[in-house]
Design a binder for this molecule. Structure first.
Ligand code: GBH
Length: 438
């Protein structure tokens, strides 16, 4: 290309994503629906302060059409959500037909809007009847899950494009058995191991059943919380050992135990951790607003980490980023997050990583488990007093990226500026008029 065109080329092109890339957002049933009164979380919440109970949550059980209209309006072409087992099977072996019909209507309304549907079958909550029997520690738990899957899949299968069997088994055992801030909040190494292995078995059973049900093929995977680990000192052996061990347990063990049962890898990316030794024992180095750009929860904004985990897990099967998002009431920060993280995803794709989609966590503000409603992850703000939805400016930036199936270069210039997204978009539209994006 002649030299004089280089500048123009640089400024006016979009960082492209592959054709057919899935763009959307993710939610989970208990976090958005409200009144999931037959599950273990509901029971657990009643023992906690009122503001930490899910209650009506976002009332998406009734407002799903409003929310899906907004997703559509924001150019999303895909959506990830979960169904609530305890609604469908509120008592052992008894299936509630009207709740099954409800989910058919929900899923159909996504299809009516032309969205590709990714459905999670288990996202952290258990029917109370099962938690009373020991939950995932019960040796029969994988069979109960399989029975639920066998009952529901034929009913809703026609609406689903991609299946996620289970969400973040590693996070679940950590929260429930180590931190003990989630039910069953038990101190039991045996229980922890049993739960983990039963989740392995539950995933495999669901995988095989889904494959039998749809021989023509609907991809099946699961979603793992994948972290980017680093040694603080490049040459410290103890720190490197800490990286290797954490990497094995957090990022690879579940895949290893379920080898051959993943049509794609579902990656939830939120965390970066550096290990620094104090004496012989490596500790994680924290990030603070003084030293790092962090979310409202203090989680470090570290876009390079998503490149790291994508290249690390790049394999023969495709990857979907099943969750990635930030809790922030500062929307400039969310813009910065979206643009810089997606730039790193694009970089990974450019060097050959087969990434097929990105689901921002989350479409709307929602119930963040033990932390209640304070963390604001949504592209759309929820006013919990009125259940009104307000589109955040960052949702429009995301929508613009989707429209271009890539990141317009004009957006890059604004990373780090505190300009309002509306201004960024004005500028972008001005450019578009001038240079006509393809
Ligand atoms: C994902 O977990 C989950 O899949 C999703 O449900 C969650 O909303 C999202 O990320 C954002 O956190 O209850 O004390 O543990 C990632 C791990 C799990 C860490 C929820 C923060 C909330 C505080 N996250 N946890 S607590």
């Amino acid at each position: 290309m002649p030299k004089k065109h280089l500048k123009e080329y640089h400024e006016h092109t979009t960082i492209p994503f592959p054709t057919g890339f899935l763009w959307g957002a993710a939610t989970s049933a208990h976090q958005v629906e409200g009144h999931n009164i037959y599950n273990d979380w509901w029971e657990w919440e009643q023992r906690r302060p009122r503001q930490l109970r899910s209650g009506s949550a976002c009332d998406q059980y009734h407002l799903y059409e409003t929310d899906f209209d907004l997703a559509k309006e924001l150019n999303h072409n895909a959506h990830r959500l979960s169904i609530e087992w305890s609604r469908i099977e509120p008592r052992e072996g008894e299936f509630n037909i009207s709740e099954i019909d409800h989910y058919k209507a929900v899923l159909k309304s996504l299809k009516d809007r032309g969205l590709t549907v990714m459905l999670t079958l288990w996202h952290f909550t258990l029917p109370k009847w099962l938690s009373d029997k020991g939950g995932w520690e019960n040796s029969q738990a994988p069979y109960y899950f399989e029975r639920f899957v066998q009952r529901i899949v034929p009913e809703i299968g026609e609406y689903i494009d991609l299946w996620v069997t289970i969400n973040e088994p590693g996070v679940y055992i950590y929260k429930a058995y180590i931190e003990r801030v989630w039910p069953p909040a038990r101190k039991s190494l045996f229980g922890l191991i049993k739960t983990y292995l039963n989740l392995v078995s539950a995933h495999k059973k669901a995988y095989h059943f889904l494959h039998q049900s749809f021989p023509a093929g609907k991809p099946v995977g699961m979603a793992n919380n994948i972290m980017s680990f680093e040694p603080y000192h490049k040459h410290s052996l103890t720190e490197q050992l800490a990286v290797i061990l954490n990497d094995i347990f957090t990022n690879h063990l579940f895949y290893f135990l379920t080898q051959g049962t993943h049509d794609f890898l579902g990656i939830n990316y939120y965390f970066h951790a550096r290990f620094r030794h104090k004496g012989l024992i490596p500790e994680t180095v924290g990030s603070s607003p003084q030293t790092h750009d962090v979310s409202d929860l203090g989680w470090e904004i570290y876009p390079e980490g998503i490149f790291d985990v994508l290249t690390d897990l790049s394999d023969e099967v495709p990857i979907y980023i099943t969750e990635c998002g930030i809790a922030s009431t500062n929307d400039d920060r969310r813009n910065r997050f979206l643009i810089t993280y997606l730039q790193e995803v694009a970089r990974a794709i450019k060097i050959g990583v087969n990434v097929r989609g990105f689901f921002y966590w989350s479409l709307i503000d929602n119930f963040e488990w033990s932390l209640g409603f304070d963390p604001r992850f949504g592209l759309i703000e929820v006013d919990y007093q009125t259940q009104k939805r307000h589109i955040r400016p960052s949702a429009k930036v995301y929508s613009e990226i989707i429209k271009h199936n890539g990141i317009p270069h004009t957006l890059l210039g604004f990373i780090g500026h505190s300009a309002q997204a509306d201004k960024i978009l004005d500028k972008l539209h001005h450019y578009e008029k001038k240079v006509k994006f393809k």
